[in-house]
Design a protein around this ligand. Structure first.
Ligand code: TRP
Length: 458
């Protein structure tokens, strides 16, 4: 389907192209690195359950909200809020988003750098040039981290330079199916290994007694992170979207693809964790506590690949880390696109200059993180776990009470002629005005201890 509408900002080439790009933004390290780590350190199945609820009850409605704001205004997140209201306060929501994007990208490139370096580690290992012993220690090698982060940022900037549509659409089209294929084959292999049952049970049987305020808070943060929500990435992507597209339908596809891939990653990594011992990796302490840290998958997955025959291990190990690097790249692109489009639109800077300046600036933070990887956890907590739901709350509030759902529904009707008689129209406003913002607000207040403080007063 050719793009008939013309817009100076560039547009997606086709409907599938947009879904692929948004899914490319969603699917990344969040699904395969962050999600399994969160599951493993937050009570397995209980976390999975709350995560799924957050994705569908909060994530999906917010995704529709972001896309509709973006398409309506044809702007970056800061400009979008300026366009819809004359109140000077609201563009701050966009600024907060830009800041979260910058900070998330700064550590994301470091983890993406590890992923890419593992392509080579795997090759060297199977060629017998690298021993397993000093393999993982490399993760805290600052110089090496710096080099790989720089490579990754360079790749991201060079794609952003070409504009939004071509590179991302093409890369994602083949990437996603192959990644799913590898995950499924590896899950098949893992299920026949001794000990798999424990991992599957831990993952799929929710232990309701594990559900706690911190668990819910982490699950909500994970839902926002994984779906690329709360910082205006999808306002920006929505601004490249044509009026012919059905936004709720596209958002549904993106949500399902993202949740599906995260679910598969859990099915692979949870059992693999429990058999890691037999592969020679210890991830549990003496007392049986999980030594979960940000780098869990960088130990468990290679151990799994190394338990295969040399040829199979080489094929799966190398292609897995290569594909994951590419999945990370389609995500870093969306993270960098937000500040870049902001500077292009609002300060009239050329795309090339904007991308290089911002990419370069963020790289400086990445280099600092490269030498002190303990910063990752802190920055991730502030700007992902807290920052993104906060942004999501403000977006719900803005759409529901400032721009109003009536205006949003009018925008959504383009490309969705049957909207008027749909269940979506009946339900979405309730989620955007009440359920999603209240759930987020409650959890944020709970996290800073305000809820228990208020309870004590009575
Ligand atoms: N969703 C991506 C992942 O799961 C990360 C990401 C890309 C992101 N763009 C974003 C997270 C925007 C929050 C906001 O890896």
């Amino acid at each position: 389907m050719a793009q008939t509408e013309t817009s100076s900002r560039g547009n997606w080439n086709s409907k599938v192209g947009f879904i692929l790009a948004a899914a490319g933004s969603a699917v990344g390290l969040g699904n395969i690195w962050r999600f399994p780590t969160e599951v493993a350190s937050n009570g397995g199945g209980a976390f999975l359950l709350i995560y799924l609820i957050c994705c569908f009850a909060i994530g999906f409605p917010v995704m529709v909200a972001e896309l509709s704001i973006g398409r309506k205004t044809d702007r970056n997140p800061v400009g979008a809020f300026k366009a819809l209201s004359s109140n000077k306060f609201y563009p701050l929501i966009g600024f907060w988003g830009v800041l979260c994007g910058v900070m998330i990208l700064s550590f994301y490139t470091v983890v993406a750098g590890w992923t890419f370096s593992y392509v080579f580690e795997e090759i060297f290992f199977f060629m017998g040039l690298e021993s397993w012993a000093n393999y993982f220690a490399e993760v805290s090698n600052g110089v090496k981290n710096g080099i790989f982060s720089t490579i990754f940022m360079g790749a991201t900037v060079s794609i952003i330079l070409g504009g939004v549509s071509d590179g991302i659409e093409r890369a994602t089209k083949f990437l996603m199916p192959v990644l799913i294929g590898i995950l499924i084959i590896m899950i098949g292999y893992v299920s026949f290994q001794p000990g798999a049952g424990t991992g599957f049970a831990e993952y799929l049987k929710p232990d309701f007694s594990q559900i706690s305020a911190p668990l819910i808070f982490s699950a909500m943060g994970q839902a926002f992170f994984s779906l690329s929500l709360g910082m205006g990435a999808l306002i920006t992507y929505g601004s490249y979207l044509s009026k012919k597209e059905n936004i709720p339908e596209a958002a549904a596809y993106v949500t399902l693809a993202d949740v599906g891939i995260a679910f598969l990653a859990g099915l692979l990594i949870m059992p693999a964790m429990y058999m890691a011992e037999s592969f020679g990796v210890s991830i549990f302490s003496e007392s049986g506590e999980l030594l979960a840290s940000t780098d869990l998958i960088f130990q468990v997955l290679p151990a799994l690949f190394h338990s295969l025959s040399t040829t199979a291990g080489m094929i799966f190990g190398v292609s897995f880390f290569l594909l994951l690097s590419m999945a990370a790249l389609t995500s870093t692109i969306s993270l960098l696109e937000v500040p870049t489009s902001y500077v292009i639109d609002e300060y009239n800077v050329k795309r090339k200059k904007a991308a290089m300046m911002i990419g370069g600036g963020i790289l400086i933070i990445s280099l600092i993180i490269s030498f002190d990887i303990s910063l990752i956890g802190t920055i991730d907590f502030i700007f992902s776990t807290v920052g993104l739901p906060l942004g999501g709350f403000l977006i719900c509030y803005f759409l529901g009470y400032v721009w109003t759902v009536e205006n949003a529904l009018e925008e959504l009707e383009h490309g969705y002629p049957a909207l008027d008689s749909s269940i979506f129209k009946a339900v979405w406003p309730i989620f955007i005005k009440f359920l999603a913002p209240l759930a987020i607000l409650y959890n944020l207040l709970e996290a800073i201890g305000l809820v228990s403080y208020i309870e004590q007063l009575f």
